[in-house]
Design a binder for this molecule. Structure first.
Ligand SMILES: NC(=O)c1ccc[n+]([C@@H]2O[C@H](COP(=O)([O-])OP(=O)(O)OC[C@H]3O[C@@H](n4cnc5c(N)ncnc54)[C@H](O)[C@@H]3O)[C@@H](O)[C@H]2O)c1
Length: 363
């Protein structure tokens, strides 16, 4: 199989992103290029293991390596430090060493936990991402942010640790529950808003085919999202500037996710709410007009994503936002839009301006 790959350009730490239907078949070659021998730790979850665990194990064995599968409980509520300790124990028992490779097979939760375990085990071993959700294919598998949640704040404990390769097999999306598919599309809409008006228009036009899971139609938004993220990460790996643009909708969204206990909304759904709040904030700042807010709202809603939370506990959302990693010296950085395809970062947003934007979510 030939590969149609992108590259995240980070000097010696550059890595390929292989994107196509059936890309998982490239795994033996990918592992061969990494000279992965001995034990490979495959980290997956209780939903993905029965679907794709055996197929991936066979492909790894075909590369001459031995597979040790670690199955984590599925769900955001399990994205905890305890799972990292558990994985390190599994890796030790399986005989992984500094030359070993970990394969993360699953959604963003698996990728974030497995990536952080790989970053920490023996002070850092290599890992390969095989993302199986839209969120993971268009966002979390690329860029090297790994980590787990703390009860007080999301993604608070973690490390930058780039994967050695990303293998995006679009056919994995066929088994994805429709709610998860929709949630992931929030991140694609975000990429359109922050960097590409053409991508945004495509998302407006192709709602039906995308929601039907048509892989031919989904390929462009997945690939374009990876291109956008790869370019941003290559320019600003450690989020000193430009990379924070990817947080559009996320400052509000993380507050919403944490305040709702990680169980009411999926990550992408919280981001959808957060983007609507960020759109309202942008309008209140005079950067965009009502038509922008309505166009963004309509696009988000057309994918069945939430744009209102009538009972939103605004005080606790604002409170949890104070613990956000984007807070520096007590100042929260907000990403706001000035047109479709372009955003800016602001540190001059008052608490009452943030509150007013959240109030718009009451509906
Ligand atoms: N590291 C980053 O840069 C980054 C970026 C965005 C999001 N994230 C993180 O990603 C997480 C969300 O990721 P997610 O939405 O993929 O959630 P997830 O990993 O919980 O996956 C969603 C659900 O789908 C199931 N699943 C996964 N693939 C499947 C498939 N192909 N078929 C059927 N079921 C499948 C999972 O078991 C899970 O129940 C959040 O924790 C978020 O913070 C990280």
């Amino acid at each position: 199989m030939t590969s149609d790959k992108l590259v995240v350009r980070l000097g010696a730490r550059s890595y390929p992103i292989h994107i196509q239907e059936g890309a998982v078949e490239l795994l033996p070659r990918v592992l061969d290029e990494l000279s992965a021998v001995g034990a490979v730790g495959v980290v997956t979850d209780t939903n993905v293991a029965p679907l794709y665990g055996d197929r991936v194990a066979k492909l790894i064995e075909a590369s001459g390596a031995r597979v040790h599968q670690c199955v984590l409980p599925a769900g955001e509520e399990h994205k905890r430090l305890a799972q990292v300790e558990h994985l390190c124990g599994e890796f030790l028992r399986a005989g992984l060493d500094r030359t070993s490779v970990v394969v993360a097979l699953g959604g963003g939760v698996v990728g974030d936990i497995a990536g952080f375990a790989a970053a920490s085990f023996m002070r850092g071993i290599r890992f390969v991402q095989i993302p199986t959700t839209i969120v993971a294919q268009v966002d979390s598998s690329v860029g090297g942010k790994t980590g787990v949640n703390h009860p007080l704040a999301k993604n608070m404990i973690g490390a930058f640790h780039q994967p050695s390769a990303v293998v995006i097999d679009l056919s994995f999306l066929k088994s994805l529950p429709v709610r998860e598919l929709k949630a992931g599309l929030a991140e694609v809409i975000k990429h359109g808003i922050i960097a590409d008006a053409i991508l945004f228009s495509y998302m407006e036009e192709k709602v039906e085919a995308i929601l039907a899971g048509n892989l031919n139609v989904l390929e462009f938004p997945v690939r374009r999202s990876c291109e956008i993220k790869a370019a941003i990460v290559a320019a600003d790996e450690r989020e000193q500037g430009l990379r924070a643009n990817l947080n559009y909708g996320h400052t509000f969204g993380h507050g919403i996710e944490t305040a709702s206990g990680y169980t009411t909304y999926l990550h992408g759904e919280a981001v959808a709410l957060g983007m609507h709040a960020a759109g309202v904030l942008s309008r209140n700042l005079g950067l965009v007009n009502d038509a922008f807010v309505e166009r963004q709202r309509a696009c988000i809603a057309s994918y069945g994503l939430p744009v209102s939370w009538p009972e939103i506990p605004i005080d606790s959302v604002l409170d949890t936002m104070k613990h956000d990693k984007k807070v520096r010296a007590g100042t929260t950085k907000f990403v706001v839009a000035d047109e479709i395809g372009h955003v800016q970062q602001r540190t001059d947003i008052s608490l009452s301006q943030a509150r007013e934007a959240l109030e718009a979510l009451r509906g």
